[in-house]
Design a protein around this ligand. Structure first.
Ligand code: MN
Length: 676
């Protein structure tokens, strides 16, 4: 058999050129392709395909075009040795091909249509699929009759085809390793809030009210951190690539026609068709992890993937002038922009490379004739700045204070109604769950003036209690390190009249399966006496059963009622349930605690995060979830709850309005007790 590299050897003096001399044949893979950028007398590109132990080569004078109509000349040149795959350098003057040779792209290829190389060459029709950093998808090489060795190279009409580009993404992927970006890694978030600014190194995007969502496309498979409406999943499948991981916001319009986070949660719950996915970042493209690349490159790449407007939309930005964007946004009724460093990589959690930019209300200085002074009244601070967002609160998981604040922001719409108008005690962990903690009932000096407090008599003193009515206050107390929150069972206007009766199933060391058995029995019992109880995990290993109360009941009522319930349950399940107050007398049984039904006692609300390993949260459950064999309270965490909430809505919302009468239930219970 003739030496295919005869011509290659003949043209070169290997003592003078740095180009590789052919070595003994390497094991054949027949799937490598490489493109050299060759600055010889005339700049051209050399496309080389590995076949039969050599690199089959074509010189392409005008380079590559992704426009299928743009057919480019490719001149067949001599075969090159396999070692040339890695060659780059300067070929000295006077030598064949003198000039600079750089590797412009490299990857793998496969032959399609005519899979047999000999046959395809004979027909003069090669169709190859290239998998490189720049060249992607299907390409044609077709021999022409016009001149010896003359071929035409052009792009197939596939998902990578497009205009005005010489590479699939149009960006340099040199800093992008081959790696998969996981679906569930924490998203990047803003780490600082400030007023409008201008900086040419920053770009500014609209902050869209909706639900943050990461989506992975892998061929036809689409995975997301929230349940996606089918129309969005279909458009994600249509992105112009095989694989992608994108970050963005699911947005639905509220009743007033504006993007609205609560409307989005409702829309996802009902599979509403009016939702759209606004994407602002590309974390993975094909096999490349792009997170280390500059944001501007990631966005340029993302723009090329979102080719047809539909349910997946590209979030555009302005560069440099954040002030102008804020002015325009303000007129359009949007609250905030996100400023991002144009050269920043993508990192998990709150980062200083992202700032939330808000228009601050101008300080007002009204005169106050009533007091007879002309002195201006200082406007209360409109907001606070979260601090130390990167501080690790859950060392084992690496969750930070920023993650906690981000979580409370995500679930605020569901959580706030359960906190509103109730005195709340804080449980502060300024150094995370393994550090010192303290329980704080009183809103101390230094509490900002804008924060609502309510004075409550306690041991002869008036003690100011926090009240969490709005998102800002919720985030403020989270920023204080209050991981979980402890609202009262009554509201500020009727502190002596609870609107929740609560039975706390507290297992200490008892198995969770026993808690489940008792909860099932409690559900049956309460429904049997005409009530509609609600159920949630405590966030640790216990469960809470709530009965929302009609107005007018006292703590005396709710305590007598829950005590009677507890005693019936202990009678039914004496081996696993107890009302024994002293822990060492409980015999490993689940403690049915009804004593929380007292003024100034508190309960963890639904969705509160607990200061425990795994950052589990108090999760409302549907009663039939108690039947699931794999029910585990630790599965409901700061990471999983937002998606569950989006999928199921607030399973605890009836705690707000399904207010029930206790007197008939108490009478029925007494009858049950007497009958035993
Ligand atoms: Mn060349």
């Amino acid at each position: 058999m003739a030496d295919p590299l005869h011509e290659y050897r003949q043209k070169r003096d290997f003592a003078a050129t740095p180009e590789p001399a052919p070595a003994p044949p390497a094991p054949r893979r027949d799937d490598v392709f490489v493109v050299h950028r060759h600055e010889a007398r005339q700049l051209h590109y050399d496309l080389r395909l590995e076949r039969d132990g050599v690199l089959k080569s074509w010189a392409v004078p005008r380079g590559f075009s992704f426009d299928p109509a743009d057919k480019r000349l490719a001149v067949r040149t001599e075969d090159h040795p396999l070692e040339y795959e890695h060659f780059h350098g300067r070929i000295p003057k006077g030598q064949y091909g003198a000039g600079t040779m750089t590797i412009w792209d490299r990857g793998t290829y496969s032959l399609v249509k005519i899979p047999d190389w000999e046959e395809a060459m004979q027909k003069g029709e090669l169709k190859v699929v290239l998998r490189g950093r720049r060249l992607r998808g299907e390409w044609h090489l077709v021999r022409t009759q016009q001149a010896k060795n003359s071929w035409l190279l052009f792009k197939s009409k596939d998902r990578y085809a497009g205009h005005g580009r010489d590479s699939a993404l149009g960006i340099d992927l040199d800093g992008a390793p081959i790696a998969d970006v996981p679906l569930d890694a924490p998203p990047m978030r803003w780490g600082h809030e400030r007023g409008p600014f201008r900086d040419p190194d920053w770009l500014f995007e609209l902050e869209l009210p909706g639900l943050r969502c990461r989506i992975v496309k892998h061929g036809e498979q689409v995975l997301a951190t929230l349940p996606l409406p089918a129309a969005i999943a279909a458009d994600v499948r249509g992105l112009a690539c095989e694989r992608a991981v994108v970050d963005g916001v699911l947005v639905a319009l509220g009743a007033d026609g504006r993007p609205d986070a609560a409307a989005t949660a409702r829309a996802l719950q009902h599979g509403d068709a009016t939702t759209a996915f606004y994407t602002f970042d590309l974390l993975q493209w094909e096999e490349y992890d792009l997170r280390a690349l500059p944001l501007l490159d990631r966005k340029a790449a993302l723009r090329t993937l979102v080719t047809t407007p539909g349910r997946v939309l590209f979030v555009d930005h302005v560069t440099g002038d954040g002030e102008a964007l804020l002015r325009a946004m303000h007129d359009a009724g949007f609250a905030a922009a996100i400023g991002k460093r144009a050269d920043s990589g993508y990192a998990p959690g709150p980062q200083l490379a992202w700032h939330r930019v808000v228009t601050r209300a101008a300080p007002t200085t009204p005169t106050t004739p009533a007091t007879g002074t002309a002195a201006g009244r200082a406007a209360p601070p409109a907001r606070f700045r979260p601090s130390n967002l990167g501080k690790v609160y859950w060392p084992a998981e690496g969750f930070t204070k920023g993650d906690l604040i981000g979580y409370y922001q995500a679930v605020a719409d569901a959580l706030l109604p359960h906190l509103r108008d109730r005195p709340v005690h804080l449980n502060r962990f300024p150094d995370g769950i393994d550090g010192k903690s303290f329980y704080q009932r009183e809103a101390k000096d230094g509490t900002p003036a804008w924060l609502r407090t309510v004075p409550i008599p306690h041991d002869g003193q008036l003690v100011a209690h926090h009240v969490i009515d709005d998102l800002e206050t919720l985030l403020y107390v989270a920023n204080l390190g209050s991981i979980d929150l402890h609202p009262w069972l009554s509201r500020t206007a009727s502190l002596d009249c609870p609107d929740w009766a609560v039975l706390d199933l507290d297992p200490k060391a008892a198995p969770f399966a026993h808690v489940v058995r008792i909860a099932r029995a409690a559900g049956r019992l309460l429904r049997g006496i005409g009530l509609r109880p609600l159920l949630k995990t405590s966030g640790k290993n216990g469960m809470h059963i709530f009965v929302p109360l009609a107005p007018g009941y006292s703590y005396e009522h709710s305590r007598l009622f829950t005590e009677a319930v507890a005693r019936v349950l202990v009678r039914e399940l004496p081996d696993i349930a107890t009302v024994e107050r002293l822990p060492d007398q409980r015999d490993g049984k689940v403690y049915l605690d009804f004593l929380q039904n007292r003024r100034s006692q508190t309960i963890v609300p639904p969705y509160a995060v607990r200061p425990v390993r795994g950052a589990s949260v108090s999760a409302p459950l549907a009663w039939d979830e108690l039947e699931a064999a794999d029910l585990s309270p630790r599965r409901f965490t700061m990471q999983t709850m937002p998606a569950r909430l989006a999928a199921h809505g607030d399973l605890f919302r009836k705690a707000l309005d399904d207010r029930q009468d206790l007197l008939p239930a108490i009478a029925a219970l007494e009858a049950v007790l007497r009958s035993g």
